[in-house]
Design a protein around this ligand. Structure first.
Ligand code: NAD
Length: 291
């Protein structure tokens, strides 16, 4: 089976980046979101992203025109009927993801592969809620998608070899590298990364250091390109909290306890860059630490 049409559900920061790289690779992209505002913002962001690639010499003007022509948007899942493979990239909540897959099934072909970009939720459990667990995979891109070279591929317990191979081929065509993780909470990247971020938030919460001291310590002392609090804001604090909850529940170990300060920020709607405030305030020219 050759994949030509890729459907993406969720046009937030990840869905937008996934749409961009798939369109540049020549796939016909069908991008959906329940929010028309998210869809129009996605098209503007993709345009800007492609302009940046032209400026870097990585893309021609003609390739940009072709890529944009490959993308169609819709606020309804019925637009995904022609897709050979669908990547779900909606909010990191199991109830939302499950209801999306259930709503999708009446519209798609029997051979359509279903995948989720979830950062942490069990692929086996999501797959079991569909009519095709053998054609279901975790397809985990990194943020920002056009820049980061990795895609983590996660097989559910029922995923067949054919589905796995098709996903590997797509990753290759996108010019990225695939790693394979077993289906355990957080997979590989977030099992390691998000507890490190959570620990940085505890360090802030306990007054060990300020936002800048913590970020500079890890940047200058551990050679991290971004500090952990800066990175948390970039990922989205709601997503970080959701992943910590999955690790805490799924691994039943108190070392994965979400920091109460992280919970408080999410309760306040301080979700990081996407909401304009998190551990930094993004309302001015340069981000300002808030603690
Ligand atoms: P986001 O908040 O930027 O976007 C989520 C989008 O999903 C929003 O546009 C929202 O309108 C849409 N949505 C919500 N319910 C929907 C529904 N029922 N149908 C269609 N669309 C719906 O979130 P994001 O950062 O893009 O994360 C999306 C997914 O990608 C999550 O599963 C997240 O864990 C995963 N992920 C995130 C990162 C990251 O760094 N942010 C990295 C890798 C994977």
């Amino acid at each position: 089976m050759s994949v030509q049409h890729i459907g993406i559900v969720g046009a937030g920061q990840m869905g937008t980046g996934i749409a961009q790289v798939c369109a540049v690779a020549g796939y016909a992209v069908h991008l959906t979101d329940t929010s028309p505002k998210a869809l129009s913002a996605a098209v503007i962001k993709i345009d800007k992203g492609l302009v940046r690639q032209i400026e870097k010499g990585a893309l021609t003007e003609a390739a940009k025109t072709n890529a944009l022509a490959q993308i169609q948007t819709a606020d309804d899942l019925s637009a995904l009927g022609s897709c050979d493979l669908i990547i779900e990239a909606a909010t990191e909540r199991e109830d939302i993801k499950t209801s999306i897959f259930k709503a999708l099934i009446p519209h798609i072909k029997p051979a359509t592969i279903l995948t989720s970009n979830t950062s942490s939720i069990s692929i086996t459990r999501l797959a079991a809620q569909t009519d095709r667990p053998e054609m279901f995979m975790g397809f985990h891109f990194m943020n920002p998608v056009p820049v980061m070279p990795l895609v983590e591929l996660i097989r559910g317990i029922a995923t067949d070899d054919k589905t796995f191979k098709i996903c590997q081929e797509i990753v290759k065509r996108l010019g990225k590298t695939a790693t394979h993780s077993e289906d355990f909470p957080g997979f590989i990247v977030n099992r390691i990364l998000i507890p490190m971020i959570n620990e940085a938030i505890y360090t802030l919460h306990e007054g060990v250091g300020s936002v800048l001291s913590i970020d500079n310590s890890l940047k200058l002392g551990a050679n991290h390109p971004m500090g952990p609090l800066e990175l948390a804001d970039f990922i989205g604090l709601d997503t970080c909290l959701a992943v910590m909850k999955v690790l805490h529940n799924g691994l039943a170990d108190t070392k994965y306890r979400p920091c109460p300060l992280l919970t408080k920020y999410v309760e306040a709607g301080w979700l990081g860059r996407k909401s304009g405030r998190g551990f930094y305030d993004y309302s001015g020219e340069t981000p300002q630490p808030t603690r």
